[in-house]
Design a protein around this ligand. Structure first.
Ligand SMILES: NC(=O)C1=CN([C@@H]2O[C@H](COP(=O)(O)OP(=O)(O)OC[C@H]3O[C@@H](n4cnc5c(N)ncnc54)[C@H](O)[C@@H]3O)[C@@H](O)[C@H]2O)C=CC1
Ligand SMILES: O=C(O)CCC(=O)C(=O)O
Length: 460
């Protein structure tokens, strides 16, 4: 008995030393990349229990390899504005891991884009894409270009210049980009057009998130937001709860937020607030989702203009104060680290029951710890928002087969994927000694899938 306990302790120490040692190496190699290190730390904290059961992951150097992107492409994007002035932005594509399939992940256009943000997003994508169960590897890209205030033609010229360089590194079986912040079906359309022009043909599966009228999948636009709500609904059902009659606050008013709000409302919730980077609106009667769509998806307006149609609604300029509104469920769907310790304290004091991360890494580590300590149900982004990339993989399948599924078919498959992800997270958490902890469950379930493939593919 003593000997077995001794062996277990030795294995545990060896596993802890391994995780700690690799984290120190990664930190040394990427000293100023705070978002990337934050994402690595969260994963590493969850993975500790794995290595005492799977020493082969240590001998195969899985952590050392999975934290180093297979390839990072950085390039100049020169473009001319409407006045003929030349501008230069920086473009990125991080091709992080291809053990499960072609690199797959969105393109972000936002002034904050830098190497750390690109790497954290591509790293998260490894585990998220693995959780979907579909044959997709992981990547992410973007540029520090700010679409705000640019004309339609400027956006087209910038996007064409961006993809002229990116086209050398992507393809339907190599790397398949999609949208993210600042990139929707309009930008994907420009990328797709320019890519095909350069290649002299039509390669349907090179981008996803295309317009369903020209090569895209029905249901892709809605998939991330709907998927997030489907996942949270599963988590609520596990506790005998539901969306019926609850109050919900959603940050952002872009692609993910809009369709998270729509699905929550369809399931009987009252959504009382949403935001953009300028501020938030609070409508105690419940947000009119069609009005939000009109303002943000079609008219490209700021969210405060909602109050022109609904004068009883209130507009507040500080978008991060949205978390001071009492709610049962909070869905952060805007951007990374938008919900910090202070916001978490406010939500908990106001009785929040559940959090669902529609955005990538929207909660800081400190906020997550507080939710955990206070028994708040927590759906981590890499599981909860995986519906978008899952339907992107369905778009790839439809493109390869040269056919189109109906929106009902796509939605049914999406619900199935989200349920499967939920049960994989639950069972991984249970098997590794953390029952009910979906953060640990998501990280372990995603990691195991990729790590096993990396062992099978040899050291490379
Ligand atoms: N589009 C997709 O399919 C997926 C997106 N995500 C993640 O979801 C998040 C949102 O992405 P999208 O909706 O696609 O982008 P989007 O560009 O359509 O919308 C982003 C929204 O967030 C707002 N925003 C930006 N910074 C903000 C801040 N600090 N506070 C409040 N609002 C702010 C913007 O005004 C905009 O309304 C990102 O973290 C993205 O990586 C995750 C999975 C898939
Ligand atoms: O649909 C895709 O390929 C990308 C989605 C994405 O960027 C994400 O899941 O964060």
């Amino acid at each position: 008995m003593t000997r077995i306990v001794g062996v277990q302790t030795n294995n545990k120490n060896r596993a802890n030393d391994y995780v700690h040692g690799v984290y120190e190496l990664v930190k040394k190699r990427n000293p100023d990349e705070k978002e990337f290190l934050q994402a690595i730390r969260e994963i590493f904290d969850s993975l500790r229990p794995i290595f005492s059961k799977h020493p082969e992951f240590i001998t195969n150097g899985i952590l050392e390899r999975i934290t180093e992107p297979e390839r990072i492409i950085t390039f100049r994007v020169a473009w001319e504005d409407d006045q003929g002035k030349v501008h230069v932005n920086r473009g990125f594509r991080v091709q992080f891991n291809s053990d499960l399939g072609p690199y797959k992940g969105g393109i972000r256009f936002h002034p904050s884009v830098n190497s750390s943000i690109m790497k954290f997003l591509a790293f998260e994508q490894i585990f998220k894409n693995a959780l979907t169960g579909q044959p997709i590897g992981a990547g992410k890209g973007g540029s520090d270009f700010d679409p705000k205030g640019k004309s339609e033609r400027e956006i087209m010229r910038f996007t064409q210049s961006f993809v002229t360089e990116l086209s050398k590194y992507i393809g339907p079986d190599v790397d398949v980009p999609a949208g993210d912040i600042g990139v929707g079906k309009r930008e994907i359309g420009y990328m797709f057009g320019q890519y095909n022009r350069l290649k002299g043909g039509y390669e349907a599966g090179v981008f996803t998130g295309k317009d369903p009228n020209h090569g895209g999948s029905l249901g892709r636009k809605e998939a991330t937001g709907y998927g997030t709500v489907y996942f949270v609904d599963e988590m609520l059902k596990g506790e005998g709860k539901s969306f019926e009659g609850v109050t919900v606050v959603v940050s952002g008013s872009g692609n993910v937020s809009t369709y998270a709000m729509e699905k929550a409302i369809q399931l009987g919730a009252k959504v009382v607030a949403c935001s953009d980077s300028g501020g938030y609106i609070y409508d105690e009667n419940g947000i009119d989702i069609e009005m939000v769509k009109q303002l943000k998806e079609y008219d490209n307006k700021r969210i405060w203009e909602y109050t022109k149609a609904y004068p009883h609604a209130k507009y507040h300029e500080n978008c991060s104060d949205i978390w001071s509104i009492p709610c049962d469920i909070a869905l952060p769907c805007a951007t990374q680290n938008e919900l910090d310790e202070i916001a978490a304290h406010l939500l908990i004091a106001n009785g929040v029951k559940a959090i669902g991360e529609g955005a990538n890494m929207p909660c800081t580590q400190e906020a997550m710890t507080l939710f955990h300590e206070n028994g708040v149900l927590f759906a981590p982004g890499k599981a909860a928002n995986a519906g978008g990339v899952a339907v992107s993989a369905m778009e790839m399948s439809q493109n390869s087969m040269r056919l189109s599924w109906t929106v009902e078919e796509v939605d049914e498959k999406l619900q199935h994927v989200m349920k499967n992800i939920y049960s994989s997270c639950l069972s991984a958490a249970e098997s590794f000694g953390h029952p009910g902890n979906l953060v640990i469950g998501a990280n372990i379930a995603g990691f195991l899938k990729v790590a096993n493939a990396m062992v099978a593919h040899g050291i490379n």
